[in-house]
Write a protein that binds this ligand. Structure first.
Ligand code: SF4
Length: 252
């Protein structure tokens, strides 16, 4: 039996953290409540997308936040009030406003969906690039926005896998070598912004990543879903299934 039509970074990283959590989310479709951080992060992304696609200032786009919060809360239950989501989203946006404005970006593509073939398996990798833009010097840059409670450590960006398919997708689309694609994470906390660029993508690391995708897809197709409770992801804060999971609750 085949479970997958495609795989995404979020799906893959969920399986790598805890395959049992993957099965609860993607096979059992157990209901999840969204956290304040997730809901506010989504509103932050939608506001930036509105600014980029409508070619308006981020300041003007921030006026859309209340209606974006309303729409967000109608989609799925959130463990926060509308006021909390609005305040948190505006804090992230206010923190990012000076840096985003100073970049003077000319958007080329906003929330661009892509499907990347993976050699050796029929399942494609599905992703969404937050923004492809030219900066004020004309340099093409691929951006992924992150909202976070605290700053990233530098090692995280070196270990990161998420940017690899984005770089490959842009490389294929523009017919330029992956090592010439400029990619940045903009990590936004309530008080500051980090611009972090992963190292240029080498052919060896791209091939390693494709091997990782194949391994995960084959394990999912084989129905391999052990619980992995030994990590930061296994907590009431980060796993919506914590209260009902026998790996951590003991069944009493
Ligand atoms: S509670 Fe822990 S072990 Fe259970 S599904 Fe969630 S992450 Fe996995």
């Amino acid at each position: 039996m085949s479970f997958l039509r495609h795989i995404s970074h979020s799906s893959m990283s969920t399986w790598l953290q805890c395959p049992a959590k993957w099965a609860k989310r993607y096979i059992e479709n157990l209901p999840e409540r969204r956290s304040l951080a997730l809901a506010a992060g989504s509103v932050f992304h939608q506001t930036l997308a509105a600014a980029s696609s409508r070619r308006i200032s981020l300041e003007a786009a921030m006026l859309l936040v209340p209606e974006l919060v309303d729409a967000e809360l109608r989609k799925e239950p959130v463990d926060a009030t509308p006021e909390e989501v609005t305040t948190t989203a505006l804090e992230y946006l206010s923190s990012y406003l000076p840096a985003f404005t100073a970049l003077e970006l000319t958007p080329q593509a906003v929330e661009q969906e892509f499907h990347l073939p993976i050699p050796g398996i029929p399942v494609r990798f599905l992703g969404y690039i937050d923004l492809v833009a030219r900066d004020k010097d004309g340099q093409l840059i691929v951006l992924d926005f992150k909202t976070a409670e605290r700053r990233w450590d530098e090692g995280k960006v070196v270990r990161d896998m998420q940017h690899i398919p984005y770089v490959l997708a842009v490389s294929h689309a523009l017919r330029v070598p992956p090592e010439r694609v400029t990619f940045e994470f903009h990590v936004v906390t309530r008080s500051d912004v980090q611009r972090l660029a992963p190292p240029p993508l080498s052919p060896e690391r791209a091939a390693w990543w494709q091997g990782q995708v194949k391994t995960v897809v084959r394990a999912i197709e084989a129905g391999i879903f052990p619980a992995n409770p030994d990590g930061w992801w296994c907590s009431p804060k980060f796993c919506p299934y914590y209260g009902q999971c026998l790996a951590v609750q003991g069944g009493n």
